[in-house]
Design a protein around this ligand. Sequence first.
Ligand code: UGA
Length: 430
Amino acid sequence: MKVVVIGTGYVGLAVIALLAHGHEIVGVDVDAKKVEKLGRGESPISEPGLSELIQRGLAEGSLHFTTDLRAALQGADMCFVCVGTPSLPSGEADLSQVEAVYRSLRSVIANELLVVNKSTVPVGTARRLQQLLLGTPHRVAVVSNPEFLREGKAIHDFLKPDRMVIGAEEDWAKEKMLALYERFDCPKIVMSPESAELTKYAANGFLATKISFINEIANICEKAGADVRDVAHAIGLDPRIGPHFLRAGLGYGGSCFPKDTSALYQIAGSADHDFKMLRAVIEANNHQREQFVNKVIAAFGDVRGKSIAAWGLAFKDNTDDVRESAAIDILQQLIGLGANISVFDPLAMDNARRVLNGDVRFATDALDAARDADALLILTEWPSFRDVDMAALHSVLRTPRIFDGRNLLADLNLQDKGFAYVGVGLGKAV
Ligand code: UGA
């Protein structure tokens, strides 16, 4: 099939992986510079496997990029809408980019077309947007097909999904979607567009709930002298609970969970439902960051003039993305309190420079960041930080004190190696 992908962010670029199933892809974006870069085979984001995929597609002639939507749509079977839906100040999803795409589509649809919403949009959006396409002379249907991709694993998750959700009303639309995904070996659940739209928010809301739940348990552990790692391991062995998303730490960040939990809360409110539990999830997540900053302040009395090193800037490991990153938020709070900060992250330094600019020292490596620091904070769960020589770390720090917001080094017995070590939810054994 010929598939047009509108929006070349994380989601749109992952959809390019349909090339692997023999489809032809045209990526469309309004950003001419980005399109030019993609056309040269350069990926604008750091995502394992993506550059290779783009280069192979371009070389084989099955992948093209353009800013010209009308030309792209000539003879297309379907078009995926993958533009951003950031949060408005109210917490609701901002649909202006999605609506702009639909307005452009209306005047350029050249044949029968399936329009597939990959962007995360509030319940009822597919049905509402279908109205915007009324009057086009060709058969058109709008389908909701939410994505469940993780950054850093987006290509893998796209090609090996654990399920596929297809929200479609009309039979021809359902059949076309099932034909597109014919070679995907996973449950394909066909439902109404509303159910599909809500499934996306419910999935992210539930995962965020797991994280806030284990963080609250971690907070109790600190007071009660229990170890959250043991508790999480033990409850996770119950298949009804499951072992995933039970890592206590600084809470969730990124471009999805904070935005989608706020949007789901607003969606519930608009439907006259006060989603008390989700409000608590969001509050617990914010509190987790504050609590970490308070631990650092408590250790010094006053952080003004103190040298504080930080490992990690990205919102999680294996990505250069710093959007809604707990690390950035925590560092901004400490900068505001007068601390002198040096930082290192394996991938996210360039993106962090745009937000932290001159306020911190960007170090050349993890040990360089820690040099002469009064404390080291671990803010992102990069596995490579575990490979740092701990004896060398001890010798470069002015004070061998670690606040580990991710419990990344918790099993290395650093107290026995002369460090003062504080993790999250690691009370003394009862
Ligand atoms: C998340 C979901 O996992 C995807 O299924 C979904 O498709 C995506 O949002 C989206 O809506 O587009 P992502 O934002 O890439 O994916 O990140 P996750 O791997 O889910 O991690 C989110 C945050 O939770 C990170 O800050 C991570 O550090 C934190 N986290 C995760 C924890 O604090 N504890 C855990 O146990 C797991």
